[in-house]
Design a protein around this ligand. Structure first.
Ligand SMILES: [Zn+2]
Length: 645
């Protein structure tokens, strides 16, 4: 394979992985060829313009230079209600007659303008004020969903929105417990407008393309054709795209998107409605700020003011206290909000928050409401607690946080540790909801995860709401958890800052709990993604007597977790959900086949699921899969995949 072929092959695999979300080879195969290319580039001193080695990010820049856009970038006029949208569409129809409108998602990130010439990526710039922007070529070059070459060979500028997927934000924040990004929007802006391109590379951004600014003789007549062209350039385009003719159709599409919005893996703040045909657009023209042929339909206002009534200090698994603001209930993004996080005491001081005073509340990432700041002077000061609200122990202050160190006897800590141990990604013990765990702790005197294994059906039957069947199921689910694998077990122990990804890395490196408990800080730091704080936390965990005792007790019960063998096959690395009834397999047969071919079966549909196999009469899981854009296959296709294997 020559250098050109290697680059093409790697770019094809990267396209399948990042844009199509459908990799055809394992990461290790990609890495091996990538390493070969790096070596060859070193030996020959030649680096092709579209080589993926450009993606790592070059030297830190001294300053941003300026880029004059080949054609001005306009911002969009906004409409805030269906009434306003209907008026705008009517006005357009009055001038142009019956026309088609295209609808696409309005991604919430940072607009960038990418220049291609002779089929190669030659530059990128921020929007700026529309005429001149900052040159961010080196930064944008690291974004894997921006192709470094495209089939079109004329000079052109294409606009897109730089975004950070919420799943990538979560991963990043897990890896950087001390350098948390506040939200995806800040994550993008801070990464692209950063003089160090390596920072951009590390954030795993994406660019979703949607507009053609300048082009040299390109024959594209409408937004629909543009989307096809962008796809042929292997670019990401709007997840939802529709062409409609009436206001009713537009409204239905926008309402549908509004419902899907909480499930998207990225932020959107509205829907862009454009006249589809490019020639008709020119007939409408521009104001001095906006094109007259497009508007952004904005979803509900993002923040509201309401009264902060009180602060509830919640004690978590590790003893950390988190202040939660109790609010005068208020409508926000279609939901009633009565509570919002206040992060920590330092944050309360910094934001100058007071009880009985108005505060601004926002739904950050559109999921967890957050108090942004105070909206009026006055009110009652919020005092820093000195003792644990649950157990009365004196609190310890570590950095910006307060901790209750009475791990053994503080009820909320005990409940949270046991709940965490039973949770889906940990030991996955069915039937032990947080409520049930509270019952076990309060009524049966359970105080550690090891005590779970002593529970009998007779004991459970004394609890309110328990019948024979439920009690039996729980006892057998607890018993089944004894065969938990090592990565889940490490996660289940609930070490500070150790999520499932880190737990898996630890399991792979050390192979047993004993080896992990002996690991030195230096050895832990060798793992990619583990920093000082995480490493220190792990070492400290195994130095504490009560933790060593729990692990010992669990081992005495017969829990001997092993590293799970990774099976390789057609479903390797895929999380799969089965739904509906299959004709040729029982559920457990299908599950076994998936696992034997490297896949993992999940019981519920979420963003982390890669594939749904839908049998006859599939219901809500199938609908949710469609809403999340997850691939769905039939039983026949499932069978074909197994046969191909
Ligand atoms: Zn306490």
């Amino acid at each position: 394979m020559d250098m050109q072929q290697m680059v093409q092959q790697l770019n094809k695999w990267a396209y399948e992985y990042y844009v199509l979300d459908n990799p055809s080879v394992a990461d290790t195969v990609y890495d091996a060829l990538y390493d070969q290319l790096v070596l060859l580039e070193k030996q020959t001193g030649i680096v092709l313009p579209d080589s993926p080695t450009h993606r790592v990010g070059g030297e830190t820049l001294k300053e941003f230079s300026q880029h004059k856009h080949l054609k001005r970038l306009y911002s969009l006029d906004k409409v805030q209600s269906f009434g306003e949208l209907s008026q705008w569409m009517e006005k357009v129809q009055k001038q142009l007659g019956n026309v088609q409108f295209s609808l696409e998602l309005k991604y919430d990130g940072l607009t960038i303008n990418v220049t291609y010439d002779q089929g190669k990526f030659v530059g990128a710039a921020t929007r700026g004020k529309g005429i001149v922007g900052e040159d961010v070529t080196e930064q944008v070059k690291t974004i894997k969903t921006v192709p470094l070459s495209i089939p079109y060979t004329g000079l052109c500028e294409i606009q897109g929105e730089g975004i950070m997927k919420l799943s990538n934000l979560e991963k990043y924040n897990k890896k950087h417990p001390n350098d948390q990004l506040k939200n995806a929007r800040n994550g993008v802006a801070g990464a692209i407008r950063n003089l160090n391109p390596k920072v951009t590379a590390e954030r795993n951004l994406d660019v979703v393309f949607y507009s053609l600014g300048y082009s040299e003789g390109m024959q594209i007549g409408s937004q629909s054709q543009l989307v096809d062209f962008l796809k042929s350039c292997q670019m990401l385009t709007s997840n939802e795209f529709a062409v409609v003719e009436t206001f009713e159709q537009a409204k239905a599409q926008i309402e549908k998107i509004g419902q899907m919005r909480p499930h998207f893996d990225f932020l959107i703040d509205g829907v862009v409605v454009k006249v589809n045909d490019f020639e008709l657009r020119e007939q409408l023209g521009y104001t001095d700020k906006f094109p007259k042929w497009a508007v952004a339909f904005k979803f509900d206002a993002e923040q509201v003011a309401t009264t902060l009534l009180d602060v509830d200090w919640q004690v978590g698994r590790t003893g950390k206290l988190t202040p939660v603001g109790l609010l005068e209930p208020v409508e926000l993004c279609g939901a009633t909000i009565g509570r919002a996080t206040l992060n920590n005491f330092g944050d309360i001081t910094r934001k100058n928050l007071h009880k009985n005073a108005l505060v601004f509340v926002r739904r950050s990432n559109d999921v967890i409401p957050e108090v942004l700041g105070s909206a009026e002077q006055g009110g009652v000061a919020i005092e820093k607690p000195t003792h644990c609200p649950a157990c009365g122990s004196q609190l310890q202050e570590v950095g910006a946080h307060l901790f209750c160190t009475n791990a053994e006897n503080c009820r909320p800590q005990i409940v949270a540790r046991i709940s965490h141990y039973c949770s889906k990604n940990a030991c996955d013990i069915d039937g032990l909801s947080d409520k049930t765990v509270e019952q076990l702790v309060d009524c049966l005197g359970i105080s550690s995860v090891a005590d779970l294994y002593t529970l009998t059906t007779e004991q459970l039957l004394t609890l309110e709401g328990f019948k024979q069947r439920k009690a039996n199921n729980i006892v057998s689910a607890i018993d089944k958890s004894k065969s938990v694998n090592l990565e889940r077990f490490i996660f289940a122990l609930g070490l500070d800052n150790v999520g499932s990804v880190t737990a898996k890395d630890l399991a792979t490196k050390y192979g047993s709990v004993e080896a992990l408990s002996q690991a030195s800080k230096e050895s832990l730091l060798e793992i990619d993604g583990i920093g000082e704080i995480v490493a220190e936390g792990i070492v400290q965990y195994f130095q504490e007597q009560q933790n060593v005792e729990i692990v010992q007790k669990l081992q005495n019960i017969g829990i001997d977790p092993q590293l799970s063998e990774t099976k390789v096959g057609v479903f390797t690395g895929k999380k799969i959900v089965l739904t509906g009834s299959l004709q040729n397999y029982t559920r457990s047969q299908a599950t076994k086949l998936i696992e034997e071919n490297g896949g993992e079966v999940s019981s519920s549909v979420s963003k982390s699921v890669n594939l749904v196999i839908a049998g006859a009469e599939a219901g809500s899981k199938l609908a949710k899969a469609h809403a999340l854009g997850i691939d769905v296959i039939t039983e026949e296709q499932f069978q074909q995949m197994l046969e191909q294997n």
